[in-house]
Ligand binder design. Structure first.
Ligand SMILES: CSCC[C@H](NC=O)C(=O)O
Ligand SMILES: [Zn+2]
Ligand SMILES: [Zn+2]
Length: 422
């Protein structure tokens, strides 16, 4: 009881640090994590790939440092919250007395996971467990804005190379039912801006080739494609992460006036922005053709530009996904560890958005996205994001089991491995 209260208040304390963009308080978060690490006697190193953006790297040394290590990754930043639209302030970490829900920005995405890793280590230490493999924990900045000064620099660094990482765990998503969700890949973000130009003229005149008409034809075409993809999901033929999603995120056109916009002038330029997410197995060339020929054809006075275009393939042209078959022992270990902690796992999925896991997968490392939140509505980036305290506590037990299994994993000896193949 008393111990549970202490665990919950540590979670609340982390949630109360306002690490929302655009001004995340990274230093306070780094100090908090370093203090927790100190109480667990973990080695602490603070890396600053960019001044003011600390990445805290913790190390629980294994008995055999020559074996590939385990990396438990989490990001310390959160997305902003519209405070007045929340029932409880997003950085109060209010614990609702009857429901047990803890309301806070970051309660699902993903401060829960970062500190659950630490609590699991605390329990393992108390039980006398000593890891065979070294366990690292990285608390990285900037995931929500692309991770370029965080996980991307880290994965590229000498420090990372020397860590000899064998497997990475990173974030997943809450599950509304009793099965935990697990992710072996993610869609690639393509952020597209299309621009139309056309003949300007009087607002009362009907004529061809206006910028607005040219843009609207594209928007209609995008909308049809969007519906075709969404229909596959609605019909249950494809999972969310297996289709190409495209959502219009801005529209920009018109001639501003002191009272709004000039109403009797047809503008000569108009543009629209789209957040597109491309599954690892998608045909990138055909999507690109669609954009150039249907969504932004030069024949309709249109141009396009990518604000971001992450390839679905690695440098060898292969889709960037983590194997979930017998070629990846970490996958079976995860399944077993969750099962032995009385958790149920759903079918492995492609993460619909982007996470830092892509930087680790991009280096050829297996990375699995997993956040132990079952029976929980998916509220990341939403108002009133919460996690129930019992679900949080249960997640710690799940990580205890996973970390124990991973940190004690001995690779089968070469001769055994080849015998198994025969
Ligand atoms: C492309 S970098 C942006 C990363 C962000 N991650 C979580 O929401 C996302 O929009 O998926
Ligand atoms: Zn996240
Ligand atoms: Zn997020």
């Amino acid at each position: 009881e008393v111990e549970e209260e202490a665990i919950i208040s540590r979670f609340q304390n982390y949630l109360r640090i306002n690490t929302a963009h655009p001004n995340p308080n990274y230093n306070e978060a780094a100090q908090f994590i370093a203090a927790e690490a100190n109480s667990l006697s973990l080695d602490t190193q603070t890396l600053e790939f960019l001044k003011g953006k600390p990445l805290v790297l913790l190390k629980w040394a294994g008995r055999d440092p020559s074996l590939p290590s385990i990396l438990l990754n989490s990001h310390t930043d959160v997305v902003p919250a519209e405070t007045h639209k929340w029932n409880h302030p997003p950085f109060d970490a209010h614990l609702h007395p009857s429901s047990g829900h803890i309301y806070a920005r970051g309660s699902q995405d993903m401060k829960c996971v970062g500190i659950q890793y630490l609590e699991a280590i605390r329990k393992l230490q108390a039980s006398g467990f000593r890891p065979l493999r070294t366990v690292y924990l990285s608390f990285v900045p900037d995931e929500e804005i692309g991770g370029h000064d965080g996980a991307e620099m880290f994965a590229d660094s000498d420090v990372f190379r020397k860590m000899n990482v064998g497997i990475v765990l990173d974030e997943g998503l809450a599950s509304p039912n009793e099965d935990y969700r697990v992710f072996y890949g993610e869609r690639s973000p393509w952020w597209l801006v299309i621009k139309a130009t056309g003949a300007p003229g009087h607002g009362a005149k009907l004529y061809d080739n206006t910028a607005m008409e040219n843009l609207i034809k594209s928007v209609e075409s995008v909308r049809r494609f969007r519906a075709s993809q969404f229909d596959l999901v609605k019909a249950g033929l494809k999972a969310e992460g297996e289709v190409i999603s495209v959502n219009m995120v801005f529209l920009k056109a018109g001639t501003p006036s002191p009272t709004g916009f000039v109403m009797n002038l047809q503008p000569s330029e108009a543009q629209a922005g789209f957040d597109i997410r491309v599954p690892p197995t998608a045909d990138e060339a055909s999507l690109e053709r669609r954009i150039a020929e249907e969504w932004a054809p030069a024949t309709r006075n249109m141009t396009f530009e990518f604000k971001q275009r992450v390839s679905v393939n690695d440098k060898f042209g292969k889709p960037v996904v983590t194997a979930i078959d017998s070629s990846n022992p970490w996958w079976a270990l995860l399944e077993e560890a969750i099962k032995s902690a009385k958790g149920k796992l759903g079918k492995p999925e492609i993460f619909p958005a982007s996470t830092d896991a892509r930087y680790f997968r991009g280096r050829g490392l297996p990375a699995i996205g997993f956040s132990p939140m079952a029976n929980t509505p998916i509220l990341l980036h939403d108002h009133n994001e919460f996690l129930n305290k019992d679900e949080y506590l249960r997640g710690i037990g799940i990580y205890e089991s996973i970390i124990k299994a991973y940190a004690s994993y001995e690779e089968p000896r070469k001769d055994e491995a080849s015998r198994a193949e025969l």
